[in-house]
Structure formats: structure tokens, C-alpha cells
Write a protein that binds this ligand. Structure first.
Ligand code: ADP
Ligand code: MG
Length: 418
């Protein structure tokens, strides 16, 4: 099967070729025809299998061929994504694959000044890629006209229909026309969320590439039992033994992200962090520096687990196990993208064994265990202690200084007494 067989506009075929896509991936092969026909689609396929182009390509073709309605001065297609970074990344795919068309793409998200975003919307856009909160604000302030929107896409659909986002989506849908085309894309979906999705659409076509919510086949993943306090030494060793590798480290909380950053800093290892407490600019800078390879280590919370496509991530390390079992699949799915191979390892402490059991139940399979021999475990701790700037050495030096100081002080006291 070749892209040319879908009957796509030559302007789109040209950019697909320039992008270096030789043939459609499975999910593209299965989703593109029904989307082109105008059907509603719920598509589930593993991480890194090209879901973005699976909706971007047919949407570009539809918008290119159908022409804007005479009285439609609003947004023709809305794509919703859970984070700023992902919205921007999807916008980039639209820009790349749509560069030979005259279609207009705009991405908007919260946390940045609204005025420039409003200015961009005034002229009418073809595709708007947004996070739900900011989108809803703009619609309710009447800066955004969506009553003639033709296509709605929810990327990371299960996450978007879950908890916090669900309300924003439902509020927004009230403003959209009923006869729109709705597309859902995700790597994971639970039966409850599937019901919520079906409630929003007409007779959707369901496309599921992998029968279960399993880890992408390009990712070799395993677990190692490591004490909570020893995790930093194993991370340090992995980093030092793989100096050229790009490593994405997932932690449970923002505070832990900063703590791991500091622990690495103490042993002279540079890293960047990304989490909800960072400003939009800091998040953007961290992501860019990791993407370009300027920073080899990115420490992130689960906000970055979804959808982010960074080439050549060699390792994903779950420094902490995720609280939500499906996030395991999303985290390890940041490596092994497209045709690349990836490795993921989870550091599981005694306290996290229950979480591990939940994740394995979710995967329907046990995760391979890397057995660390006692000697090797001790070695790793020793390995770290060799470093002169290591915190243990610093602590020992500090203790020594303190005792030396006390020793020196004592004779002085005695002198006074005399
Ligand atoms: P998903 O959303 O399924 O996790 P993405 O859409 O982010 O995956 O795509 C993962 C990677 O695969 C991207 O880097 C993308 O450029 C690449 N890719 C997408 N489609 C193709 C294709 N047909 N041939 C080769 N690479 C592709
Ligand atoms: Mg995706």
C-alpha cells in the first residue's frame, strides 16, 4: 500500500514524500479511508505508530478539496490535546504536511498572553490546535467562532474525556454543530471512557490495531528492584555509562523532579526538568534543549508522558513507578518511536511493589525483571562514592570537618578554664 492509493491531493502527497514517509503505517492504512469518507472514527494504536499523520493527512485533504463554506468565517477543524507541548507538536505536523497548501494552522494554549492568540484567530483559521481550557475561554468570550466547525479531533482521547478535561470538552461541544465529524485517537482506552466517547458521536468506526492496551513492540522494557534511597546511584551509573544516550527520567511529583535534578547536579551531571510548576517558557526551553540533544537528560512528571514525539530517546527510566497504570504505557512509549528501537527500565522499591502488580495486571503480562546481583548492587553504590563531588563524600567531609572543628575547640575551652 502506498500513500498515492488513497487518492490524496498532490500537494499533500508531495509533503508526505518530503517528510520521508515511504508507506502508511498500520493505523494510517486503516484510518485514512474512513476519515476521507467523513465517518466518525475511534482509533486505538500503540505509542509511536504514527497516529498524528493518520488524522492530519485526511483532514488536510478534506479541507483542501472541500473549500471553506461561503459564510464560514470561523474555525473549520479543531484538534484538542492535553498539553501545550503536544498541541504545538501536532501543529508542527500540520505545518509540515500542509506546507504546500494555503490552509492556515494556529495553535493556542493557556499560560501565555491571550491577545496575540486572539489576533491570529480574527482572520479565520482552517485548523486550530488547542488545549481545552484556553479554547473554552476564547469561545465563551466570543473570540472564536466554532458553530460551523466541520471536524473535531481529540488526541489522547481517553485522557481528554477523563476527569478534569471532560467538563471543558462537554462545555465546548455545546457550541459545535451536530453534523460535524468527530475523531478520537489514543494508545489506551478503558471501557468506561469508550462509552463516554461513543456518546459524543454517530455510529463511529472503531479501529483498533493492537487488541490490548500493550506496550509498543519496539520498546524493550523491564523492571529492577532498587531501594528508594539507592535509586539515584543507579541513575548516576546509567548516565555515566551511556554518555551519548538521550535519557528521559519519569518521577512521581514536581518536588521529586527537582530533587533528582539536584542529586545529579551534585555529581556534576547536567539535566533539565519539566513539570507543572514551571512557566510556559521554562517548559518550552527544557523541551527544546532535550529535543536538540543539548541536554541529554530530561526529568519529567506524567504531564510529559502523553504524545510527545522526541526522536532518538534511547532510554526511558521510571525512577518512580506511575500511579496510574495506563501511564506506564504512555511513559515507556516515549522511546521506540516510528521504526526506532527503545529501552525502558523501571526502578521498583519495596513500597512500590503494589503499583507494579497493578501495572502488570493492566498489561496482562509480567514485566521482565533485571536481576541485580548483590555484588553489582554494592558496586553501583561504591561507583558513586568514587566521585569526589558525590554527596556521600560531601556528607562525610562535612562530618569530618565538624569533628575536627570540635576537637580543635576543646583544647581552647580547656585553656580558658585554666
Ligand atoms: P503516535 O501518535 O502514534 O504516538 P506519532 O504520530 O507521534 O505517533 O508518530 C511517531 C513517529 O513516527 C513520528 O516521528 C513520525 O514522524 C513518524 N511517522 C509517522 N508516520 C510515518 C510513516 N508513514 N512512515 C515513517 N514514519 C512515520
Ligand atoms: Mg500521538
Amino acid at each position: 500500500m502506498k500513500f498515492i492509493e488513497f487518492g490524496l491531493d498532490y500537494k499533500i502527497l508531495k509533503s508526505i514524500e518530503e517528510q520521508g514517509f515511504k508507506k502508511p503505517t498500520d493505523i494510517q492504512f486503516k484510518s485514512i479511508p474512513p476519515i476521507l469518507k467523513g465517518e466518525d472514527v475511534l482509533a486505538i494504536a500503540q505509542t509511536g505508530t504514527g497516529k498524528t499523520a493518520a488524522f492530519v493527512v485526511p483532514i488536510l485533504d478534506i479541507l483542501q478539496k472541500r473549500k471553506r463554506g461561503e459564510h464560514n468565517t470561523g474555525t473549520r477543524c479543531i484538534v484538542m490535546a492535553p498539553t501545550h507541548e503536544l498541541a504545538e507538536q501536532i501543529a508542527q505536523v500540520f505545518r509540515e504536511l500542509g506546507k504546500h497548501t494555503n490552509l492556515k494552522f494556529v495553535s493556542i494554549f493557556g499560560g501565555v498572553d491571550q491577545a496575540p492568540q486572539i489576533a491570529k484567530l480574527q482572520a479565520g483559521v482552517d485548523v486550530l490546535i488547542a488545549t481545552p481550557g484556553r479554547l473554552f475561554d476564547l469561545v465563551s468570550q466570543e473570540h472564536l467562532r466554532i458553530y460551523k466547525t466541520e471536524i473535531l479531533v481529540l488526541d489522547e482521547a481517553d485522557h481528554m474525556l477523563d476527569l478534569g478535561f471532560n467538563k471543558d470538552i462537554h462545555d465546548l461541544i455545546k457550541f459545535l454543530p451536530k453534523n460535524r465529524q468527530t475523531l478520537f485517537f489514543s494508545a489506551t482506552i478503558s471501557p468506561t471512557i469508550k462509552k463516554l466517547a461513543y456518546a459524543l458521536v454517530n455510529k463511529p468506526i472503531r479501529i483498533q490495531i493492537s487488541p490490548k492496551n500493550t506496550v509498543a513492540k519496539n520498546v524493550v522494557h523491564s523492571v529492577a528492584y532498587i531501594k528508594m534511597d539507592d535509586k539515584r546511584f543507579f541513575l548516576e551509573r546509567t548516565v555515566l555509562e551511556n554518555p551519548d544516550s538521550k535519557i528521559l527520567v519519569f518521577v512521581r511529583t514536581k518536588v521529586r523532579a527537582e530533587r533528582v535534578f539536584k542529586a545529579l547536579e551534585r555529581v556534576d551531571i547536567k539535566s533539565v526538568t519539566i513539570h507543572g510548576d514551571k512557566t510556559q517558557e521554562e517548559r518550552f526551553n527544557a523541551m527544546t534543549s532535550f529535543r536538540t540533544g543539548e541536554s541529554k537528560i530530561l526529568i519529567a512528571t506524567d504531564i510529559s508522558a502523553r504524545g510527545i514525539d522526541i526522536p532518538n530517546v534511547d532510554f526511558v527510566i521510571n525512577y518512580d513507578l506511575p500511579d496510574k497504570d495506563e501511564n506506564y504505557v504512555h511513559r515507556v512509549g516515549r522511546t521506540g518511536r516510528g521504526n526506532q528501537k527503545g529501552y525502558a527500565v523501571s526502578y521498583c522499591s519495596e513500597e512500590e511493589k503494589e503499583l507494579l502488580a497493578d501495572i502488570e495486571a493492566y498489561l496482562g503480562d509480567a514485566i521482565e525483571v533485571i536481576t541485580i546481583a548483590h555484588d553489582e548492587y554494592v558496586d553501583t553504590l561504591a561507583f558513586s562514592q568514587q566521585s569526589s563531588t558525590d554527596w556521600k563524600t560531601l556528607m562525610r567531609d562535612a562530618e569530618r570537618e565538624e569533628t575536627d572543628f570540635k576537637k580543635k575547640k576543646k583544647p581552647a575551652k580547656k585553656k580558658k578554664k585554666k
